[in-house]
Design a protein around this ligand. Structure first.
Ligand code: HEC
Length: 271
């Protein structure tokens, strides 16, 4: 019980099998003064682009976002060159036809499949969710007392989604537990609720080249791409935190002033 109160147990019931809880990682963007780590976002983008984007769309991401302050901050030239490597549909032209042209920074990230049916057909029936806000759409329960603390403004914990994705990518098992049979197109994952996931293990050690000296390990890929997905879902996190902090400072000052005023007003009243 004591351990349960501290949220210590690593296991919770899930689909009849032990389901692991994601580990709470320390993110550069956590806490009051947190901000995204540009190098990490650049690496995460590389993983997204070379691996995840083969199956997952990111319809809200525009190429130019990748150059905006607080994000991966690629230069204008880099963003232009990157966009030009992709083709987008445009039109209709004067003849009424749709046509393809190289993407421009203002275009959004092209989806890997024409529509959901095509995406399912290519993924054994599973639908890869759009990644634009995925990091905010996934969460997990941390149990008492954390869920109380998590909800308080100021210390509110907003990194569940990043923890979850980072853990998910590292939680594949080659084989399901003894006696469990997977359907075709299902894989065993210790973090996925219910453990059955339609996404094959997408990434392993050494798969993506890192050029900044960061070891090319599954663990680093998982953290970096999760940070990138968090940025994509919440690019203005830094600013929101700053605003929240200013509001708290303001409230603290206001409280002090009100208290001083109250003392003053009542100081002449005999009691
Ligand atoms: C081969 C195609 C493919 C690739 C590559 C791929 N995914 Fe997926 N992904 C899927 C499919 C299909 C699903 C839907 C799984 C389901 O519903 O069981 C999915 C689901 C997910 C989910 C949601 C899981 C949940 O809680 O429902 C996350 C998070 C995710 N993928 C992250 C990633 C990341 C990060 C990468 C890149 C490192 C990646 N995926 C690469 C096909 C892919």
């Amino acid at each position: 019980m004591g351990a349960a109160l501290l949220g210590a147990p690593a296991f919770a019931e899930g689909g009849g099998h032990d389901q692991l809880k994601p580990t709470r990682l320390s993110w550069s963007f956590a806490g009051f003064f947190g901000h995204y780590d540009q190098g990490q976002l650049q690496r995460g983008f590389k993983v997204f682009r070379e691996v995840c984007a083969n199956c997952h769309a990111a319809e809200k991401l525009a190429f130019r976002n990748l150059g905006e302050p607080g994000g991966p901050e690629f230069s204008e030239g880099q963003v232009k060159a990157l966009a030009a490597q992709y083709k987008v549909k445009d039109g209709p032209n004067d003849a009424g036809d749709m046509f393809e042209r190289p993407a421009r920074p203002s275009d959004t990230w092209p989806s890997p499949f024409a529509n959901d049916n095509a995406a399912r057909a290519a993924n054994g029936g599973g639908l890869p969710p759009d990644m634009s806000v995925l990091a905010k759409a996934r969460s997990y329960k941390r149990g008492f007392p954390w869920f109380v603390l998590d909800a308080l403004p100021g210390i509110q914990y907003q990194e569940h989604g990043a923890d979850y994705i980072a853990a998910l990518l590292q939680a594949y098992k080659d084989e399901p537990p003894h006696g469990v049979k997977l359907d075709a197109g299902q894989y065993w994952n210790e973090i996925m609720p219910g453990n059955r996931i339609a996404m094959p293990k997408p990434i392993s050690d050494g798969q993506v080249d890192y050029t900044d000296g960061t070891p090319a390990t599954l663990e680093n890929y998982s953290k970096d791409v999760s940070a990138f997905l968090m940025w994509m879902a919440e690019p203005k996190l830094d600013q929101r935190k700053k605003t929240g902090f200013r509001v708290l400072v303001f409230m603290a000052i206001l409280t002090g002033l009100l208290y001083a005023t109250k003392k003053r007003v009542w100081s002449n009243v005999p009691h």
